[in-house]
Design a protein around this ligand. Structure first.
Ligand SMILES: C[S@@+](CC[C@H](N)C(=O)[O-])C[C@H]1O[C@@H](n2cnc3c(N)ncnc32)[C@H](O)[C@@H]1O
Length: 347
C-alpha cells in the first residue's frame, strides 16, 4: 500500500518540487493523472499536514499510484543492491555505458564472482539490452581495445550504435568506441566549413569522419587496426558518405608521409595516450598556409604544463606559428586525470 497526495493539476508542479526537495516523493511508484487531479506517491511515514494546509484542496488517498514496471529504466545501483542484499550498497556500479544494444559495466573486485548473476539481473530488467559485458581491464595496446567479458544475455559483441544521427556498426571486442565523446565529436564537426580538407589520423570506426563527411567535406581517414577499417568502410556506406571519404589502412605517420603531405586544412588526433608523439606528422599533413589541429591527450594536473610545452615546441620545430591554442578538458577518466583537447590554429 502506498499513500498518495492528490492535488489540482494547476498545483502539480509546485507540489512535485516540494516533495522532491523534502525527500517525500516515492520514486518506486508512478505519478498518476486522473480526472483533473494529479496523484503523487509518498514515502512511508511522510507527514504532510503543513503541505495540506499550504495547498488548499490537496488530499491524502491510498493505493492510487502503481509500482513502476520493467519499462521504466531502473537505477542500476538500487536494482543490484536489492537483488544481492549481502553486499554494501556502495560497491555496486551506479553508471554504465550503453553502446548499441549492449551494456558495458565496471565491477569492483569484490563483485567479480557475482558477474554472471549481475549480468542476468540486468538483462531481465533493462528491456533494450541484448547483451551485458563487464570490463576486465583498461583500454590497451596499439588498437586501443578494451578487454571485456560477456556476463549476461546474448554473447555477440557486434552491434549498431546511433550517435549524432549516424549509425555505427562495431565489434566491442575488436575496436575502440567511446560513446561518452559524442558531444565532443559534434563540437568539432560544427567547426568544419564547406570546402575544407580534413585528415582523421586515428579514425577508428569513423565517428568523427562520418559526421564531418556528412557536411559534404572531404575526409582522409586512417587507422592501423584492420577491424576498425572494416567497420569504418561499412559505416561510410551505411551513412551514404562514400564519395567524401578516402580510407587508409596503416600507420598514420607512414600514410601521411606517403600520401598526405600539405593536404589538410584540419587534422583530428584522437589518440590521447600517445598523440603528442605524432604531432609532427599532423603538421606535415597541414597545408603550407596552416590550419587547425585538434589534439587529444591524457594528463593529470601536475604534468599538464609539461605536455602543453611539448605540444608548442613540436609545432615550432615543424616551422608553424601558433595563432591560437584553446585547451579544454573533455572529460575525467580517473580521479584528477582528464582527457584534454588542444585546438591549435597554426599559420
Ligand atoms: C582512441 S581510438 C579513437 C578512434 C576514433 N577516433 C573514435 O573517436 O572512436 C584511437 C585509434 O587509433 C588507432 N591507432 C593507434 N595507433 C595508430 C597509428 N600509429 N596510426 C593509425 N592509427 C592508429 C587505433 O587502432 C584506434 O582505432
Amino acid at each position: 500500500m502506498v499513500n498518495c497526495l492528490s492535488v489540482r493539476k494547476a498545483d502539480a508542479e509546485k507540489t512535485r518540487e516540494f516533495l522532491i526537495k523534502n525527500g517525500l516523493l516515492n520514486e518506486m511508484y508512478k505519478v498518476k493523472n486522473m480526472n483533473d487531479r494529479v496523484y503523487f506517491p509518498l514515502k512511508p511515514g511522510a507527514t504532510l499536514n503543513n503541505l495540506i494546509k499550504e495547498l488548499p484542496g490537496s488530499e491524502l488517498t491510498e493505493n492510487v499510484c502503481k509500482l513502476k514496471t520493467k519499462s521504466c529504466t531502473p537505477q542500476l545501483k538500487d536494482l543490484l543492491s536489492s537483488r544481492l542484499p549481502g553486499y554494501d550498497k556502495k560497491i555496486f556500479p551506479r553508471s554504465y555505458d550503453v553502446i548499441g544494444d549492449l551494456m558495458l559495466i565496471k565491477l569492483k573486485n569484490e563483485l567479480w564472482n557475482e558477474r554472471f548473476n549481475i549480468g542476468s539481473i540486468i538483462k531481465d530488467n533493462f528491456n533494450r539490452i541484448r547483451g551485458v559485458y563487464a570490463k576486465k581491464g583498461g583500454v590497451e595496446g596499439e588498437f586501443r581495445v578494451r578487454d571485456i567479458e560477456c556476463v549476461g544475455g546474448e554473447c555477440n559483441p557486434v552491434t549498431v550504435h546511433v550517435e549524432n544521427g549516424c549509425r555505427y556498426h562495431l565489434d566491442l571486442t575488436k575496436v575502440y568506441f567511446n560513446n561518452r565523446l559524442s558531444s565532443e565529436r559534434r563540437r568539432i564537426a560544427e567547426q568544419v566549413t564547406p570546402g575544407e580538407s580534413v585528415v582523421d589520423m586515428f579514425a577508428g570506426v569513423g565517428p568523427f569522419t562520418v559526421l564531418i563527411a556528412k557536411k559534404n567535406v572531404k575526409v582522409n581517414a586512417i587507422d592501423v587496426n584492420p577491424d576498425a577499417i572494416f567497420y569504418l568502410k561499412k559505416n561510410i556506406t551505411e551513412n551514404n558518405v562514400k564519395e567524401n571519404v578516402n580510407v587508409f589502412l596503416g600507420k598514420a605517420e607512414e600514410i601521411v608521409e606517403t600520401y598526405l603531405v600539405n593536404k589538410a586544412d584540419r587534422v583530428i588526433m584522437n589518440l590521447p595516450s600517445n598523440s603528442i608523439n605524432y604531432l609532427k606528422y599532423a603538421c606535415i599533413s597541414l597545408k603550407d598556409t596552416g590550419g587547425i589541429i585538434h589534439i587529444y591527450f591524457f594528463s593529470d594536473v601536475k604534468e599538464f604544463n609539461i605536455k602543453l610545452k611539448k605540444i608548442e615546441d613540436t609545432v615550432k620545430e615543424s616551422a608553424y606559428n601558433i595563432k591560437a591554442n584553446n585547451v579544454r578538458r573533455v572529460r575525467e577518466i580517473a580521479p584528477f586525470k582528464y582527457i584534454y583537447v588542444s585546438d591549435l590554429t597554426l599559420h
